[in-house]
Design a protein around this ligand. Structure first.
Ligand code: ADP
Ligand code: MG
Length: 391
């Protein structure tokens, strides 16, 4: 028997509002942590990207948050990026309305005035990035003295991005007793430090991610030639709506973007050397469909949550099975079957064959040139290919 949000203790108004959005069955992390959240306990929740962490903290927060006075929000959600601030605020806003609460996203790079005006009117729940929150606190436009629920979302990314000093500064400012909900895809050292210092005997809910398996997608292994490699990638990109291409290095990412652009493919890069704003721009354009091709390094691609990626290209072959599945898993979301394409040069074939064995895949390496018709419908090719191999 699967449970319901109602059975977890979520009030019927919110349950109805969720139903309207087609959300009827709690995901694992929600089922595990919502009851404790509703009980007011500190929670440390770990679950992979896309597992529903926003509602896991959002629903208890909405049930428990009180109504704010001017400049004194009652709940604070700390997030690493402006994009995430908007995403979380957008997800919570319609539900907050149901319980008569107001949500606002605050982040830097935009004028502070509308944010200040809203705080003046009394925003109950503020979702924000650490830098802008500190600015508002220092200007005395935002006081944390009435915070009853504090959320740290994507705590691992905040640590990776160097926000820990700011986060800690904010946490130190909150003196009144409050509930702390920390959600993260990983709980490593920096995150554990926060847990030790700022949380009160938290309950841990860690959902081990059901590993992405090779069955979740189609696979193609192509033997390509150095001189033609960019053109093969371009042909694949042209035939697909959203293509995510993995390369090993930051310079490789920039170079490939330039080469693809030269071939008339509209591509953008995300990697660690780009400014946060540039990364987010590429990501949001890719996510909205304006940018059809994103070239990413493995580190930069962490935490990307985009629903319909048709094709993942291993432009530089994955170094091991874990990396292969992690990259390829980006295409296997939401029940859609995507295609993972590995491009191997002759001197990479042995490594790729070894990789296949580790994955339990046994597929031929097909020599291909960029003018091959089969590149124009990879999905059809990959599935017929597999059937032929299976038979
Ligand atoms: P995470 O923060 O863990 O990466 P999100 O909270 O962003 O994941 O959720 C991923 C997606 O799943 C969102 O589009 C969200 O609306 C949807 N979602 C969350 N919970 C449920 C559920 N119980 N049923 C169906 N969809 C859900
Ligand atoms: Mg999230």
């Amino acid at each position: 028997m699967t449970t319901t949000f109602e059975a977890l203790g979520v009030s019927s108004d919110l349950v109805r509002a969720l139903e309207k959005r087609g959300i009827t069955e709690p995901f694992e992390i929600q089922e595990a942590s919502i009851p404790d959240g509703l009980a007011g306990l500190d929670i440390c929740g770990k679950a992979k990207t896309g597992s529903g962490k926003t509602l896991a903290f959002g629903l208890p927060l909405l049930e428990r948050v009180e109504s704010a006075d001017a400049h004194h929000p009652r709940a604070l959600v700390l997030v690493p990026t402006r994009e995430l601030a908007n995403q979380v605020a957008d997800e919570l806003a319609p539900l907050a309305k149901v319980v008569g609460r107001r949500v606002m996203a605050v982040y830097g790079g935009v004028s502070m005035d509308p944010q200040i005006d809203a705080l003046e009117d009394g925003v109950d729940i503020v979702v924000g990035t650490p830098g802008r929150l500190i600015d508002l606190i220092e200007r005395r436009e935002l006081s944390v003295s009435d915070i009853g629920v504090l959320v740290l979302d994507e705590a691992d990314r905040m640590a990776d991005m160097g926000f820990m000093p700011q986060v800690q500064k904010i946490l130190r400012g909150i003196e009144a007793p409050h509930q702390t909900l920390l959600y993260s895809a990983t709980l490593d050292r920096a995150v554990n430090q926060l847990v030790d210092r700022y949380m009160d005997d938290p309950i841990f809910h860690e959902i081990e991610s059901a590993e992405v398996t090779v069955d979740a997608m189609e696979h193609l292994f192509l033997h390509v030639h150095q001189m033609d490699k960019v053109k093969v990638a371009a042909a694949i990109s042209e035939a697909s709506n959203r293509t995510l291409i993995f390369v090993r290095t930051k310079r490789g990412a920039d170079r490939l973007v330039r080469q693809l652009q030269r071939d008339g493919v509209d591509a953008g890069a995300i990697h660690g050397d780009l400014r946060q704003a540039a990364r987010e721009r590429a990501l949001s354009q890719f996510s909205s469909g304006k940018l059809p091709v994103l070239v990413a390094t493995d580190v930069a691609a962490r935490g990307i949550h985009i629903d319909v990626i048709d094709v993942v290209v291993h432009y530089d072959p994955a170094e091991d099975a874990k990396q292969y599945l992690h990259r390829s898993g980006r295409t296997a979301r939401a029940g859609e079957t995507g295609v993972a394409v590995t491009m191997a040069l002759w001197d990479q074939e042995n490594d790729v064959r070894f990789l296949q064995r580790r994955l339990g895949l046994s597929l031929p390496m097909v020599e291909i040139f960029s003018n091959d018709e089969r590149l124009s419908d990879l999905h059809a090719w990959a599935s017929s290919h597999r059937e032929a191999v299976d038979a």
